[in-house]
Design a protein around this ligand. Structure first.
Ligand code: COA
Length: 264
């Protein structure tokens, strides 16, 4: 019933695979809607006790939100894109009472890195690459990246990664605490399943309480945001980017396969 993702349930583990390998599994509207539906199934189906999110093909986990959908958006539509994605998918994953783990099998950039970070923890293959390259497009992360990257790697490293748009490899990501384990590409799913099998021997009620309590430990401080959560502030700032000439130049440059010129 899905066209842009696949799901398979085996031994109580639901493997959700984003399946647009020719576009490096970029998150378009259909992927977001289907991921949302797949997560609803993870929540409601008693035969599913844990889930894995991964990408199809040898090259990418997810290379970001689908940039080809950006150029026509105004600030209100940009805000809506971020809000819908966060509510329909990213928050749903983070707050899922059953463990959801990312198996990062290649590029995890922009929305891809954000998708991996919304999962409860991450394994990566040794060819994986992580980054938040939105500033190349005159944009910022909009699917929770400003918040979750800061939570996972600390403020200084998060600032540098988001300001430089540099990519890091799997071993650097592990050293920063962004991923827990690095494996060969062939062993990635098996290693992920092994950990999930261990978790499935524990009390499921206790596991869901671990998830909800750990999530409370990382809520953002509203003192800097006029009482708004960091996620809400990110949604608004992401939307505002769609009113800038910077974003038009950045996205057009990507689509025309040239380097963006921001006049600096
Ligand atoms: N959105 C839409 N399409 C994307 C995409 C994205 N985020 N990332 C890759 N693609 C598409 C490319 O346009 C290309 O499509 P085409 O074959 O129709 O031209 C295809 O996927 C393959 O990507 P390509 O760029 O040719 O592969 P590469 O190996 O040369 O480079 C990357 C790989 C990941 C470095 C490069 O694709 C990239 O920089 N992607 C964008 C990353 C990004 O900025 N993400 C954040 C978005 S907010």
């Amino acid at each position: 019933m899905f066209t842009a993702i696949t799901t398979a349930v085996e031994n109580n583990i639901c493997t959700i695979t984003i399946n647009r390998p020719d576009k490096l599994n970029a998150l378009n509207k259909t992927v977001i809607e289907e991921l949302s539906a797949a997560m609803d199934e993870v929540y409601s189906n008693a035969a599913i006790k844990t889930a894995i999110i991964t990408g199809a093909g040898p090259k990418a986990f997810v290379a970001g939100a689908d940039i080809s959908e950006f150029l026509s958006l105004n600030p209100e539509q940009g805000t809506e894109l971020a809000r819908r994605g966060q509510e329909m998918v990213f928050n749903k994953i983070e707050n899922c009472p059953k463990p959801v783990v990312a198996a990062v099998n290649g590029f995890a950039l922009g929305g891809g890195c954000e998708l991996a970070m919304a999962c409860h923890f991450r394994l990566a293959s040794d060819n994986a690459k992580f980054g938040q390259p939105e500033v190349n497009l005159g944009l910022i992360p909009g699917y929770g990246g400003t918040q979750r990257l800061t939570q996972l790697v600390g403020k200084g490293k998060a600032m540098e990664l988001m300001m430089t748009a540099n990519m890091i490899d799997a071993s650097e990501a592990k050293a920063m605490g962004l991923v827990n384990h690095v494996t060969s590409p062939e062993n990635l799913l098996e290693e992920t399943k092994k950990i999930l099998c261990t978790i499935m021997t524990k009390g499921p009620n206790a596991i869901s309480k671990v998830i909800s309590c750990v999530n409370v430990a990382v809520v953002s401080d509203s003192a800097y945001t006029n009482g708004k959560s960091g996620y809400e502030k990110e949604i608004e700032a992401f939307g505002e980017c769609f009113g800038t000439s910077e974003m038009k130049e950045g996205v057009t440059a990507f689509l025309e396969k040239r380097k963006a010129s921001f006049g600096n």
